[in-house]
Design a protein around this ligand. Structure first.
Ligand SMILES: [Zn+2]
Length: 292
């Protein structure tokens, strides 16, 4: 059995996945990759920023990984990105499943290339665990095809807080890690996503080792939650007890907190007052969250 593990954080956005990635990646033997599914598109092709402060192609670590990967890759970047989009689609899940089952040559090449990428990351970073917070449920069946142990964390957060967080506005600023203009989404879109992505994650994790973790619980019970996910030595235990500092090193994509340096985890979950919601919206949020 391979002793290398991919911890894949899956679920809806605005659930604290980048923070959890950074926390798990602060264990010495782990490597926190961020939203690794964007390495080719946002990192290599668009040259967006690594959390270390330089564009991914200029980051010493990713440069080495990308160079090693290019030596063994069978697909070109464009084909790799295109196939990944088809396979991880949230809409055409059955045709994606069919392609993965049949594995025509291009799909096989894609799987091989992806396996090579993870192998290279394990070797270059000298780690036994890669934390990948790509979130997209459609990546789970792809990762299942690889030779590594796969452990999925299905991360959820109260609907009201996800909605509240979705009301934020921000201008695109690649250097700050904001990958596009952030504008508030419609209520319907936030609600549909919240249900649909979580149901899809449930669907894709059938037969896969998976833990359901609530954002609220991991913040409250940080050390206990992390100990259930990953082996904890005394050094890491002290870090967890102290709630930080957790240092984002080379996260390739994800929430802008990855560009904000060392992180301490608050003792209580953030933004629980639904501050950006109107009175009527608060009623709806509380009603849904009553069932959460
Ligand atoms: Zn970097």
């Amino acid at each position: 059995m391979n002793n290398k593990t991919i911890i894949y954080i899956a679920g809806d956005g605005h659930t604290g996945s980048t923070l959890l990635d950074i926390i798990l990646g602060s264990r010495k033997q782990s490597f926190s990759a961020g939203e690794l599914r964007f390495l080719a598109e946002k990192g290599v092709v668009n040259g967006e920023y690594c959390s270390c402060g330089v564009p991914v192609p200029e980051c010493t670590l990713w440069k080495e990984i990308i160079e090693e990967w290019e030596k063994v890759m069978t697909l070109d970047w464009e084909s790799y990105i295109r196939i990944q989009k088809v396979l991880k689609s949230n809409k055409k899940i059955f045709s994606a499943r069919k392609l993965l089952n049949k594995q025509p040559e291009q799909i096989k090449n894609f799987i091989d290339d992806t396996e090579q990428l993870y192998s290279i990351i394990f070797s270059v970073t000298n780690s036994d665990t890669i934390i990948d917070s790509s979130k997209a449920p459609g990546m789970i069946p792809i990762l299942k095809e690889l030779k590594f142990n796969l452990s999925v964390i299905h991360l959820t957060r109260r609907f009201g807080d996800v909605w509240n967080s979705n009301k934020k506005r921000a201008k695109k600023d690649l250097e700050k890690g904001i990958e596009h203009d952030i504008v508030p989404k419609s209520t319907l879109k936030v609600l549909v996503n919240w249900f649909f992505i979580n149901i899809l994650t449930k669907y894709h994790t059938k037969g896969v080792e998976c833990k359901h973790i609530k954002y609220e619980e991991y913040i409250d019970e940080l050390k206990q939650t992390v100990s259930d996910i990953i082996p904890v030595d005394s050094e890491y235990e002290a870090l967890l007890e102290n709630r930080g500092p957790f240092m984002p090193a080379h996260l390739v994509a994800g929430n802008a907190i990855r560009r904000k340096g060392e992180q301490f985890v608050t003792k209580k979950p953030m933004n629980t007052s639904y501050s950006r919601l109107s009175s009527a919206e608060k009623v709806l949020a509380r009603t849904i969250d009553w069932f959460y």
